[in-house]
Design a protein around this ligand. Structure first.
Ligand code: ADP
Length: 160
């Protein structure tokens, strides 16, 4: 069984992430989307909120599960018997960081390979960071995020 882990912040999950997930779910038997919990850093949404919104957004992908984890991604992947880590690439600017990360993970455990995926061009530019900026300034984010995220953020005040 080919198990892939898709780790990240997903703060919040976007159509870009979902497109990567869809591609991964067609390539692997099981994909675990794993929200990295960083106790030292407060994000925009809590880890619980992110997990809940992801769960609601992946209902049409039966071989995708959502989870959260703390600590090293590679240790989490080993514990779950994963063969692959999925990461997404948008532009050259992602490349340097992602390359370093994949080589570090490979040095820690050479059995687990990193696979890079891209999205359809229409989702390529989307990032959680820009979505948060648009939302904080009362802009329309409906094109960039799945419906559960859009509906949830409508209930939240940007000043919270
Ligand atoms: P992290 O904090 O680990 O970068 P993110 O939630 O920002 O977590 O992203 C998780 C992964 O998804 C990263 O590999 C990132 O490059 C990728 N990704 C995010 N948005 C897109 C997109 N629109 N197209 C391609 N890859 C993306």
């Amino acid at each position: 069984m080919r198990i892939a882990i898709y780790p990240g912040s997903f703060d919040p999950i976007t159509h870009g992430h979902l497109d990567i997930l869809k591609n991964a779910s067609e390539l692997f038997d099981k994909v675990i989307i794993a929200v990295a919990h960083n106790g030292a850093k407060t994000g925009f949404l809590t880890t619980e909120e992110r997990v809940k919104l992801i769960k609601e957004s992946i209902k049409d992908m039966p071989n995708v599960e959502v989870d959260s984890f703390e600590g090293l991604t590679i240790e989490y992947a080993k514990k779950h018997g994963a063969n692959v880590l999925i990461r997404g690439l948008r532009a050259v600017s992602d490349f340097e960081f992602e390359m370093q990360l994949s080589q570090t993970n490979s040095a820690l455990c050479s059995d687990i390979k990193t696979v890079f995926l891209t999205t359809k061009p229409k989702y390529n530019f989307i990032s959680s960071t820009t979505i948060k900026e648009i939302w904080k300034n009362d802009g329309d984010i409906s094109k960039f995020v799945p419906e559960p995220v859009y509906n949830y953020l409508k209930t939240k005040s940007p000043r919270e």
